[in-house]
Design a binder for this molecule. Structure first.
Ligand SMILES: [Zn+2]
Length: 297
């Protein structure tokens, strides 16, 4: 079952996060009809958002956006502090040959940027952006944490897609030395991680997040937090109308001019919303008078 765990190693002060999100990524694959390389990219982006979400407080959200010049063009995923995740890639029907026996996510994404936006609540946002190091996502996320959040961390991500196109394994881990971790402990960890097998192989062997954390750190872990993970889209009709309102008067006017209901599809769950001509006209009026909720009475 999908879960996200956070803990501290016994003996050495290392923060360890472990994740299995196979079912959520399989769900995302079905929603977006992704081909294997695209499934792997989407899974790794979703896993990145979930690993970062383990550092959030209740009510906060994090979005990881990857954009590149490769055939996939990029994708994004959003996760909240309750283990909900959703995401999409721009070009779902991308599949490329294997590289060293693995799905070639780096080539599918190409060169570009990794962008992280945290919604900290009460209209407070944090943004960080770094150039992609490899496009393989895990090294890019580690680079982002180090460069943008001054949080040195080792990150590993893995997605295994079977011959029948189903997602058989997805997950990852993150290890960050806490204050008090000695140089020798960090050196030992670095050496250990060089020889560690892929996370996808561990999950295929039936290992859960806790097993992954302990295999990665080489130490028993004291679990401090545990969450179930699921693919969940909180989109509503109101938010879709807000998104149309944000297009501006000229675009809405064009939709009204077509004389039929407008179709709006949620990027994350592909649910289709039909917006009537009357609703479009009301939105158009709002763009001239300003949204009612910002008017003072
Ligand atoms: Zn949706």
């Amino acid at each position: 079952m999908d879960a996200l765990l956070k803990g501290i190693t016994k003996g050495e002060p290392l923060l360890v996060v472990g994740l299995v999100d196979t079912d959520a990524v399989e769900k995302a694959k079905s929603v977006h009809d992704t081909f294997p390389t695209a499934s792997a990219a989407l899974g790794r982006i979703m896993s990145s958002a979930l690993l970062l979400s383990s550092l959030l407080k209740t009510g906060q959200k994090v979005m990881v956006q990857v954009s590149g010049d490769g055939p996939l063009q990029g994708g994004l995923a959003e996760a909240d502090a309750s283990g909900h995740v959703r995401g999409y890639v721009k070009r779902p029907h991308v599949h490329m040959g294997l590289k060293d026996g693995k799905l070639d996510v780096g080539r599918a994404i190409g060169t570009g940027y990794l962008n992280v936006i945290k919604d900290l609540g009460i209209r407070e946002y944090y943004r960080g952006i770094v150039p992609l190091q490899s496009g393989e996502i895990a090294t890019d996320l580690a680079y982002y944490l180090n460069a943008s959040e001054q949080l040195p961390a080792a990150v590993s991500l893995g997605v295994y897609v079977d011959a029948d196109n189903s997602v058989k394994a997805s997950g990852g881990f993150l290890i960050h030395p806490l204050p008090g971790a000695g140089e020798d402990a960090i050196g030992r960890l670095e050496n250990r991680l060089k020889g560690i097998r892929p996370v996808s192989a561990m999950i295929l062997d039936g290992m859960g997040p806790r097993d992954i954390m302990e295999e990665a750190a080489g130490l028993p872990v004291d679990i401090r937090e545990q969450k179930n993970v699921s693919y969940f889209c909180p989109c509503t009709r109101e938010r879709v109308l807000d998104a149309i309102a944000a297009l501006g008067a000229a675009e809405i006017d064009e939709l009204v001019g077509k004389g039929e209901p407008a179709k709006a599809e949620c990027h994350f769950c592909r649910k289709e919303y039909l917006v009537s001509r009357e609703e479009l006209l009301a939105l158009l009026m709002d763009t001239y008078s300003g949204p009612s909720d910002t008017m003072t009475s």
